[in-house]
Design a protein around this ligand. Structure first.
Ligand code: PLP
Length: 355
């Protein structure tokens, strides 16, 4: 057969369906969506679904524009931020030079480059998993930076993002802010100053709506015009009526989410301290997950043990530099107490065996 695409797909964390399990492998939020979102869902008038959603999702973009203090003309919605990122790659990375991103980051970036025939170059993070921007060559086609980064959890200060924007004014710098509500400062504050900045956000992690699929991109009018043209070239109605109504309700309940995400941050700090006590090296996280490696017990063994106990975490055996790390999404405090107990038991058991 001729003409078939060759591609290595992105491998997402598994979605096991057990009635009793602790699922902390794909960074979903530990808490339910806001009660206002659930009330909107109940009251939603199904008759509306006869019609297409509004092209620009005006209700949602106008609420986001108020919340972020930017013009609606700068916002483009999408079917999850993966959709927006895929649009952004196609919209902004059309030069012959490579797009650069760190060697350890969100796995989808290489997948999209391959899918869209975009040349790319991975720049190694330093030994502490921080990006070294001096290693970026002069001739590049663009930059992608997840801030905070995944799966390391490490955040960069805005001054570093500014340095990047200033040093590479002729290419678009995409800042993927999927986890920004869990730590760090948003680059939205830099939008007026840098016309090469494009930011993506999602309702999946901080608004407990991974299953709804809503994300958005933010950039100046010129970049937004390009990305909207690409969006309208193949799927203009990617955020449906119901999704828009629910995401709008979430946008209007910042108080609820501030409280829930505050709890997640508290639990993250507590868990980081506790697992450090039993021999884990935990990277400093500004997200709703931690990346941790035990000083003696191999990650694969811990992964299997947790799995047998219906606790699902993520690890990356094929990613050399982090092959011995586990990525643990932060669940509720109760869930994480169970996880900590299991981890302590297992580490102790292995240590006794080795004596
Ligand atoms: C989860 C995640 C996304 C995208 O999530 P969507 O559910 O598609 O919005 C994007 N970037 C990073 C780094 C993520 O972890």
């Amino acid at each position: 057969m001729i003409g078939l695409k060759k591609i290595t797909p992105y491998v997402a964390g598994e979605q096991p369906k057990l009635s009793k399990m602790i699922k902390i492998n794909t960074n979903e939020n530990a808490f339910p969506p806001s009660p206002k979102v659930l009330a909107t869902l109940k009251e939603f008038d199904g008759d509306q679904l006869r019609l297409y959603s509004s092209l620009e999702n005006e209700n949602l973009t106008s609420a986001l524009s108020k919340k972020l203090g930017i013009s609606s003309d700068c916002i483009t919605t999408g079917n999850g931020s993966d959709d927006v990122l895929a649009l952004a790659f196609q919209s902004f990375f059309n030069s012959e030079y490579p797009v650069v991103f760190p060697d350890i980051t969100y796995g989808f970036y290489t997948v999209w480059c391959e899918l869209f025939d975009i040349p790319y170059m991975e720049i190694p993070l330093d030994d502490d998993f921080h990006p070294d921007f001096t290693k970026i060559p002069e001739k590049i086609g663009g930059i992608v930076l997840a801030n905070p980064n995944a799966p390391t959890g490490i955040v960069q200060p805005l001054s570093k993002i500014e340095e990047l924007l200033q040093c590479h004014p002729n290419v678009v710098v995409i800042v993927d802010e999927a986890y920004i509500e869990f730590g760090g400062k948003s680059a939205v504050a830099l939008l007026d100053k840098y016309e090469n900045l494009y930011i993506t956000r999602t309702f999946s992690k901080d608004a407990s709506l991974a299953g709804l699929r809503v994300g958005y991109g933010v950039g100046n009018k010129r970049l937004t015009e390009v990305i909207k043209a690409v969006k309208n070239a193949y799927n203009p109605y990617s955020v449906d009526q119901l999704a828009e109504a629910l995401a709008l309700a979430a946008t209007q309940d910042s108080d609820y989410y501030r409280e829930m995400n505050g709890k997640i941050i508290e639990t993250r700090e507590w868990l980081s301290k506790e697992v450090t006590r039993i021999g884990f090296n935990v990277l400093p996280s500004a997200t709703n997950f931690i990346l941790a490696e035990h000083e003696r017990v191999p990650a694969g063994e811990i992964f299997d043990f947790l799995r047998e106990n219906h606790v699902f975490v993520r690890y990356f055996p094929n990613k050399e530099r982090i092959a011995n790390f586990l990525r643990i999404s932060i669940g509720t405090r109760e869930e994480m107490e169970v996880v900590l107990k299991l981890l302590s038991e297992f580490v102790k058991k292995i240590e006794i065996q080795e004596q």
